[in-house]
Design a protein around this ligand. Structure first.
Ligand SMILES: [Zn+2]
Length: 438
């Protein structure tokens, strides 16, 4: 049987533990074989591409569960502002000044950063929706870069920059129709669409329910910022007499088809509710720390059985999209918060970082090779610890999405990175002027 790619002589992370050395064969976008030891000569000769992975770890690609690509153009500008001031004084003016071309470049930059840091899947909570072209160019950028991407189109129908609810629903219907069929092709990255309400305090109950129903009807989900800061809890109590999590539950939004981003300020009853409803929580520890928002109680969530993902959040509040940094921060902040070094283990965090994926025959070949043969990781006593505690995104050597090699030896095979960075630098100069920052 023909093999497209054979990776051997590295350490392979499987459900049953590490195979070191082990090897993996890939065919037609899927994993064909996973085994311990070295492949035989016949397999080595028959493979079209062979990657020797000595000193490297082969793991499923990371999933970045929440980001905003437009903010790649806004890194390092927070200057100590808390969330609401940061949004009003900086992020909203810059976002509304962004042209279609600037959005395209910012998305390409964001996608390339995720790819180079080992993310094979990303959820883009897409904020700049000034025109449909602002969303269309992000979809094209995702196809060009080649990683799996969910575009959760952000909307709000209350307050500053709000949109008409009917227009939001009409536009979403069109995007769902366009992306409906692209999810399950094994040799092509999936491009999916989702509803992305901004926050409970910026969205009406009626539009939240209608957009959620539309998403569910299309096999998709609602992706929403919730309970990020203490201020938001008070705003929700003042308006509805309920915390945002409980208010969303009264609307029927909490469930397996909802992704609750942040969930920093949640009580025990809300954690139990999130678990019981089967809602997924996206934990963004670096962003929450940089913005001074707080530390989400993820050990308690895991104890209750809440499904977790990790997210970088937008690069204006992180200020990178390095999910290795996010993974280490998730572990260390949880331990610091509870003053307990026994809380959470590197292997547990790594499983969350890879979105619960495993390297097993038949699964799609979304894989990364991480170099551990360097001064920060040596000596490797424990592979999970070496990856979670010692590695950076810049240690990712090779990225494969659906059997396509997108990066090898840290070189992007389909994108001119140098030209992209030059274009981005020029575009940001003009954007800052137009937004009145200079
Ligand atoms: Zn966010």
């Amino acid at each position: 049987m023909a093999t497209d790619i054979l990776i051997y002589d590295g350490a392979v992370r499987t459900e049953q533990g590490w195979l070191s050395p082990g090897y993996v064969a890939i065919q037609d976008g899927r994993i064909q074989t996973v085994a311990a030891g070295r492949p035989d000569e016949e397999l080595l000769k028959s493979a079209r591409q062979v990657i020797r992975a000595e000193g490297k770890a082969l793991i499923p690609g990371l999933t970045n569960g929440h980001t905003h690509f437009s903010q790649t153009f806004m890194r390092g500008l927070a200057a100590g502002r808390p969330l609401l001031r940061w949004l009003k004084e900086l992020i909203w003016p810059l976002q509304s000044a962004m042209s279609v071309e600037e959005m395209r470049l910012a998305a390409l930059l964001g996608l390339v950063e995720n790819l180079k840091c080992g993310c094979t899947s990303v959820v883009q909570h897409h904020k700049v929706t000034t025109t449909r072209d602002h969303t269309g160019v992000v979809m094209e950028a995702a196809k060009q870069v080649g990683i799996n991407c969910v575009i959760a189109r952000l909307w709000s129908d209350k307050g500053v920059n709000s949109e008409d609810a009917t227009a939001i629903l009409d536009e979403m219907e069109e995007w769902f129709a366009l992306t409906r069929d692209s999810a399950d092709l094994p040799s092509r990255p999936f491009l999916h669409f989702a509803s992305g309400p901004a926050t409970p305090w910026r969205c009406s109950a009626d539009c939240l329910q209608k957009t959620h129903d539309l998403a569910v009807k299309n096999g998709s989900f609602t992706h929403i910022h919730v309970a990020e800061t203490r201020d938001e809890i008070q705003m929700s109590l003042d308006e509805y007499g309920l915390t945002p999590i409980r208010w969303l539950d009264t609307l029927g939004i909490l469930g397996p088809q909802s992704q609750i981003v942040h969930a920093v300020w949640v009580d025990e009853g809300e954690i139990e509710l999130l678990a019981r409803r089967g809602a997924l929580v996206v934990h963004c520890p670096v962003s929450n720390a940089v913005m001074g928002s707080g530390i989400a109680p993820i050990p308690a969530m895991l104890d209750q059985g809440v499904t977790l993902r990790l997210g970088s959040d937008g690069p204006a509040s992180n200020d990178t999209q390095d999910l290795f940094e996010t993974t280490k921060m998730a572990l260390s902040l949880a331990r610091a918060h509870l003053v307990d070094a026994s809380v959470l283990q590197p292997a547990q965090l790594l499983s969350i970082a890879v979105g619960g994926q495993d390297i097993i025959p038949g699964s799609v070949a979304d894989l990364i090779l991480v170099n551990l043969a360097h001064e920060r990781a040596m000596p490797v006593h424990d592979l999970d610890s070496a990856l979670v505690l010692c590695s950076h995104g810049s240690d990712v050597d090779t990225v494969i999405v659906r059997g396509n090699i997108l990066m090898k030896d840290r070189r992007l095979l389909h994108i001119d990175e140098e030209a992209l960075l030059k274009e981005c630098i020029q575009a940001v100069i003009l954007l800052r002027k137009r937004a009145g920052l200079d």
